[in-house]
Write a protein that binds this ligand. Sequence first.
Ligand SMILES: NC(=O)CC[C@H](N)C(=O)O
Length: 354
Amino acid sequence: MADAYVALEDGRVFEARARSSGRTRGELVFTTAYTGYEESLTDPSYEEQVLTFSYPLIGNYGVRDERFESDRVHPRAAIARELTDNVAEWLDAEDVPAVDHLDTRELVTSVREEGAMKCGIAAGPDATPEDAREELAECKGMSEHTEIGAQVSTTEPYTVTGGGEYDVALLDCGAKGSIASSLAERGADVHVLPYDADPADVADLDPDVLFVSNGPGDPANFGETQALVEEFTGEVPLAGICLGQQIIARAFDGDTEKMPFGHRGVNQPVRDLDSGKVVMTTQNHGYSVADPGMLEVTQVNVNDDTAEGLASEEYDVVTRQYHPEANPGPHDSLDFFDEVIALANSSRSPVVAD
Ligand SMILES: NC(=O)CC[C@H](N)C(=O)O
């Protein structure tokens, strides 16, 4: 007997089994990754979304907080063909609804064929299909979440120390923890600031690089972060990942657009236009850079040619649409962080005549 229901924007209601009770709603997204459920469930980029795992068994190697990317679960709900008890208990303790025993292939195929969809979920002993439909009726589109930065960003600045060879100012738009640790491992002190930090607080740090993090929602709703990028353009080298690339492109007179269903998995092939080399990358984004503005496209997605890397030699900019920090996913593109450190170095080395 079903005790959970998932109502989709296309009118269908899926019956399921409740693993963590509650009612909620969000944009239905998926990941095709086989592993990395702890990292994905704590990735702030999934705020206001419902995460469906296309891999059928989720939870088979436990739940360990050293793999978490932030201090809480961010998707509004989790869906899998089968969730193990330990994952279900974790989500229950975090008050995040979870359902299983439904055809997740059908869900993912629907999103891929019909495009991004809203959904409503009702799970638990008293849940009804009508409850799920009511949740769906209340669901906002991603672009309507205009304050999403405030939902995920730190309110207080803090520093991840890495030896102090470089100072990176990281604008936290919903940053995964492993972005700061990847920079700290390369000798940088990473000063994490709110997404809407006071420009004077950035200037006080005298950073070698201003880095814009990943994050949830529509990049058009991060006007404060974009204004900070504009303010420091030409003064400080700029770097960004995912939402960070999108915000930086907008700051350089570019534009972003909503994709049909996004890039969602850990096997997205990306070609570097200079070297011709292809790497496998981790991705979870629903918007893309439609127009790079004053920046140059340096890398593209092999499947659909969308911009995966942007740069400017004139303004010292380097960005990625995918997640070089992995967690989860392949480590093929970790050298992006070496590029960021090289940018930090070049910007402050005095010019020496030979
Ligand atoms: N992972 C991310 O930073 C996602 C960026 C943005 N929210 C998008 O969906 O495109």
